[in-house]
Design a protein. Structure first.
Lengths: 351, 369
């Protein structure tokens, strides 16, 4: 088990590993002060981040409405919601950039703004819409940011891990959007942080660049980093997250792993028919209690609770001579889950 | 204080600056261009003022008639002073650019001129070489009047002549007086726009948010930026002086007070930029706000145009502008070597610097609302 301890002499925070019940002699890596650390058998697991009743008001507007959640160490936590839902306000309160109106934030057990200085060396942050110094090369940028920390990661290793070797001597302003975001993520790693906050790291990127950033985040999880990822892309959260919290209009409306969320909020399966007349299929299925929703042009979705309802639906369609091109059966995804929870599609909310 | 951060940040600022051709141009080459242009224009001509101090040591009816004749040109505002007064000190004290001393043998020479062809008398024209336009016009008026006067008394023979004497120094030219103004102006623009960029562009780009989450204090950030601005101020000052020296044969005194004023000016205008950057959020608006502050100050504070040439109400406005005190402080220490005035203007510059920088530091906030 791992325990975070703070040196009583120089206040340096460092990790100590031991086994349950062990009393371990340790020395501070900074000032070499020697002490004992006990690993009690009932040592509670401290979450990486714990947020309780966090609230932010701007005058009469409640941007974040008393939300609570925890982020465990080593997981990718996706904070999902449409634009304007309160994601960035929340993450910036956790990062001590904004002051909460109410509530508490614990990072590695340390609470509040006053303690934030103690953990600055242990976190890495990519702010939303971050742009670095335009006239520095990638290597110079990383060296500069690394120089601000006591603990510095190996710049060469970061460059290799982020696949930036070919461009390391290019000026930041010469980079593509995807590369800039990768540099942004790389900057957040220069101090070898335990928690990485990535605020909408793929917004505005093309699918290829987005996939590159996803690979980087997946790689961080493999290295055991805790990643706090804010995003409004459902597929990003689905692809990357171990744990998802959905925020809508400042309220936390769902939280859990993807499977948990779908089990809890997603009902049954979705039948998706392509090239079908929405009115005809609605008239045929509605009397039997099925809800038909228009998805895209000439496509509709029908939610079923039990697998044997598939045959019933197909039978009704054949009986009513309703034709379609293809049928796709899948469990509800986050998009559909969001629809069920809020009554609106995420894209519609953003529009 | 985090020295490691300060050193790293100054290095980054320098690299960013040197790689921006536009910024280097506006910081170094633009003032050089202005020096060349204005130097060329004003070295041959000058500005206009018509005040003339006359010290009549003769007090005869001839000298009286000559003064009357000068008055009749209606182009001079004559101020007669007593014979016991030191005219140079008087001009310096009252801020007059032109003075004329009529010698005690003026009347006697005119009387003898009709019988003795070798008799002549020499007027002394005292002038401030920093105001060449003004003084050359006054000199021309006096010379024309003298020509008429000589024609009347001796049929054109040069009985009365005039010699010139500088009141300030021996080797100064217009460019010497223009250079301090350019130094003040350049420091002002680079500090104001530099601060504005840091507080608007860096905020927009998320760099300030990023900094806030790093083990760096806001004060360390401000100190590192100020060190870099000081470096830029002295670099641009050196370039301006070097160009002035090699192109215009500049001769000035680079005193400890000049250094104090340059440092204080950097703090003053950086503070002003921090204040603008705090309240103007958009990059484009911030540039306009910077222009709205720097341009009127540039023209009203005697950088390009003589302060005394402006209407009195504009002079009153100019005296409320910090750049006026910077320009005058630099001129008094670098050119006039007037310790009293240097101390006076330096005091104002230091006071302005303290006030603006303190307000700038107090209003600069990394934290979002």
């Amino acid at each position: 088990m791992e325990k975070q301890v703070q040196c009583p002499k120089c206040s340096q925070i460092f990790s100590v590993t031991g086994t349950s019940g062990e009393l371990k002699n340790v020395s501070c890596p900074q000032c070499n002060t020697v002490g004992e650390v006990s690993f009690s058998q009932k040592e509670p697991i401290t979450p990486a981040i714990k947020v309780s009743n966090l609230r932010k008001e701007y005058g009469s507007l409640v941007a974040v409405n008393s939300i609570s959640f925890s982020v465990n160490k080593g997981e990718v936590f996706a904070f999902l919601g449409p634009n304007g839902a309160g994601k960035t306000t929340t993450v910036e309160m956790i990062e001590s950039i904004r002051k909460p109106t109410n509530g508490s934030i614990h990072i590695f057990g340390y609470e509040g703004e006053s303690s934030f200085n103690l953990i600055k060396n242990r976190i890495g942050i990519l702010p939303q819409e971050f742009h670095s110094f335009e006239r520095l090369t990638i290597r110079e940028t990383l060296q500069y940011f690394a120089s601000l920390f006591e603990k510095q990661a190996n710049i060469d290793e970061i460059i290799t891990a982020m696949n930036l070797q070919d461009d390391e001597n290019k000026l930041y302003k010469q980079l593509s959007g995807g590369l800039k975001q990768r540099v942004g993520v790389a900057i957040s790693l220069v101090n070898d942080p335990d928690i990485v906050f990535l605020d909408e790291p793929t917004t505005g990127l093309d699918p290829k660049a987005r996939r590159e950033v996803w690979d980087v985040i997946a790689n961080l999880r493999e290295k055991g980093k805790t990643v706090f990822l804010t995003t409004h892309y459902m597929e990003e959260a689905e692809y990357l997250a171990d744990h998802i919290a959905i925020i809508h209009k400042g309220n936390l409306i769902a939280e859990g792993s993807l499977d948990e969320l779908i089990q809890r909020y997603g009902k049954g399966s979705i039948l998706k028919f392509s090239n079908v007349n929405f009115h005809e299929i609605s008239q045929a299925l509605n009397p039997s209690g099925y809800t038909v929703k228009k998805t895209q042009n000439h496509s509709v979705s029908v939610t079923i609770e039990y697998k044997d309802q598939i045959l019933e639906v197909l039978s009704i369609l054949r009986h009513n001579a309703i034709e379609f091109d293809t049928i796709d059966i899948h469990r509800p995804n986050l998009e559909e889950l969001f629809l069920q929870l809020t009554g609106a599609r995420l894209r519609e909310v953003e529009a | 204080m985090n020295f490691r951060f300060i050193i790293a940040d100054v290095k980054v600022s320098f690299k960013s600056w040197i790689r921006s051709k536009g910024t280097v141009f506006w910081t170094l080459l633009f003032p050089v261009l202005l020096i060349m242009i204005f130097g060329s224009i004003f070295s041959g001509t000058d500005d206009i003022s018509y005040d003339l101090v006359i010290q009549d040591l003769d007090q005869s009816e001839f000298s009286e008639s000559f003064i009357k004749q000068l008055n009749q040109t209606s182009m001079l505002r004559i101020n007669e002073i007593g014979s016991s007064i030191n005219i140079e000190k008087y001009m310096k004290k009252e801020g007059n650019f032109s003075g004329l001393v009529i010698p005690s043998d003026f009347g006697n020479s005119i009387q003898q001129a009709s019988v003795n062809e070798n008799v002549s008398c020499e007027l002394t024209f005292h002038y401030d070489p920093s105001q060449q336009t003004t003084t050359s016009i006054v000199q021309t008026i006096i010379s024309s009047t003298l020509q008429e006067y000589n024609l009347a008394i001796s049929g054109g023979r040069h009985v009365i002549t005039m010699q010139k004497e500088e009141t300030i120094g021996d080797d100064f030219e217009f460019i010497d007086y223009f250079i301090p103004g350019m130094i003040g102006f350049t420091i002002m623009t680079s500090c104001i726009y530099g601060s504005i960029e840091r507080n608007t562009k860096y905020r927009k780009d998320g760099i300030l948010r990023k900094m806030q989450t790093m083990p760096v204090s806001q004060m360390d950030w401000i100190i590192s930026k100020m060190l870099f601005m000081l470096f830029l101020s002295f670099l641009s000052t050196s370039v301006i002086i070097l160009v002035g020296f090699f192109v215009w044969n500049l001769s000035i005194n680079f005193t400890i007070f000049a250094i104090i004023i340059i440092i204080a000016t950097s703090f003053l205008f950086s503070g002003m930029g921090m204040i603008i950057g705090r309240f103007v959020k958009e990059e484009e608006t911030a540039d306009m706000a910077g222009g709205a502050i720097t341009f009127p100050m540039m023209f009203l504070s005697g950088t390009f145009f003589a302060f005394d040439q402006m209407p009195s109400y504009l002079q009153l406005i100019a005296q409320t502008l910090p750049l006026y005190y910077v320009n005058e402080g630099l001129r008094n220490t670098m050119i006039y070597a007037d310790m009293d005035k240097t101390l006076y203007f330096t005091g104002f510059v230091l006071a302005f610097a303290f006030i603006f920088f303190l307000i700038g530091v107090l209003v600069t906030k990394w934290k979002e609302d």
